[in-house]
Design a protein around this ligand. Structure first.
Ligand code: GAR
Length: 222
């Protein structure tokens, strides 16, 4: 993935959530656009279930929503085609996974290479991969005895919780922490970190080279 980004205007963002997603990261990104922190607008929220709280919240923020359920498609490719049609129809520049606990079809990842971000509630590459999402991550961190956790915002590639890391924010883990207390501490950092990563992207300040993310001020070669 070698990608340079030169946005001339507000970027158009799609947010993807799955299942009964609560949508707090989605809301942070919507707010980040409204306050002008992010040079962009959330043009679409794609969910897998119409009764998800995230879909309700998106509607309350007057954001267009689309329900695309993998269960209504015979295979990954057909599911991916439906996602791409929705993204293309809204001329989306950046896709933000926010509580999207599924494998994103490869055809989508390939077409939008360098244009898909994810937030993960741990410091990748630790506590990531298949089955490591949401509360499972915090349970594993607390059980491990690690004294530091945090969140990671990264570009998405074809592997679970993989791809060039944009930024990571650590938080302490205390001996008395439960998965719930740790999750709350991490979630607060997810919101600010995700907004910051998308802000940098929206200003054309992120460049991917040789699997690493470089910060650049003027789009010139580093
Ligand atoms: C967040 O903690 C996010 O990091 C996690 O799901 C939660 C969604 O919360 N995502 C993953 O674990 C992906 N591997 P939200 O719906 O309130 O944003």
């Amino acid at each position: 993935m070698n990608t340079e980004i030169h946005p001339m205007h507000k970027i158009r963002i799609a947010i993807m959530v799955s299942g009964h997603g609560r949508g707090s990261n989605m809301q942070a990104l919507i707010n980040g656009c409204h306050t002008g922190m992010i040079n962009g607008e959330v043009a679409l929220v794609i969910g897998t279930r119409s009764d998800a709280p995230a879909i309700q919240r998106a509607k309350e923020s007057s954001v267009d929503t689309r329900i695309i359920s993998p269960n209504r498609h015979p295979d990954d490719n057909s599911y991916g085609q439906a996602i791409m049609e929705a993204l293309d129809s809204k001329k989306i520049d950046l896709v933000c996974l926010a509580g999207f606990m599924r494998y994103l079809p490869s055809c989508v990842v390939r077409k939008y290479a360098g244009k898909i971000m994810n937030v993960h509630p741990a410091l990748l590459p630790f506590f990531g991969g298949k089955g490591m999402y949401g509360e499972h991550v915090h349970q594993a961190v607390v059980a491990s005895g690690m004294r530091v956790s945090g969140c990671t915002v990264h570009f998405v590639d074809e592997d679970y919780d993989n791809g060039p890391i944009i930024l990571q924010t650590p938080v302490p883990v205390y001996p008395e922490d439960t998965p719930e207390t740790l999750a709350a501490r991490v979630l607060e950092k997810e919101h600010s970190s995700y907004v910051e990563a998308v802000r940098l992207y929206s200003l054309g300040m992120l460049k991917i080279k040789n699997g690493k993310v470089f910060l650049c001020n003027d789009n010139s070669e580093e």
